[in-house]
Design a protein around this ligand. Structure first.
Ligand code: H2B
Length: 103
């Protein structure tokens, strides 16, 4: 297995630029933040299962919580001490998958 180079922390300007593509997300306490509501628990957990596979593939993992039909996600790159392109890649995948699961 090859070791992928870890991405570097984005500058404020780079964060603002990338955030323009993710209107439903906000930057809170330096993390990309989004709350989703699904039709029911099955859809919420299905979404989380799909995101978990993405997280595994990217080797990039969300901070998140679930209560019934709600999923709250915070994304940051712990190794870099801030936001990197990986957070924006995972956020964009979350948007696509959330739509698939009826959010
Ligand atoms: N996920 C997140 N969100 N941030 C990281 O810095 C991170 C990760 N690092 N998943 C990865 C795993 C690292 O620990 C492994 C060794 O690649």
């Amino acid at each position: 297995m090859t070791t992928a180079a870890r991405p570097t922390k984005l500058t404020e300007a780079e964060i603002e630029q990338r955030a323009g593509d993710l209107k439903a997300w906000s930057v809170e306490a330096g993390k990309l933040h989004r709350a989703y509501r699904f039709p029911n628990f099955d859809e919420a957990f299905g979404f989380m299962s799909a995101v978990a596979l993405e997280a595994k593939a990217l080797d990039h993992h969300p901070e998140w919580s679930n209560v019934y039909d709600r999923v709250v996600i915070d994304l940051t790159t712990h190794d870099a001490g801030g936001l990197t392109k990986l957070d924006f890649i995972l956020a964009a995948r979350c948007e696509q998958l959330a739509a698939d699961f009826g959010a």
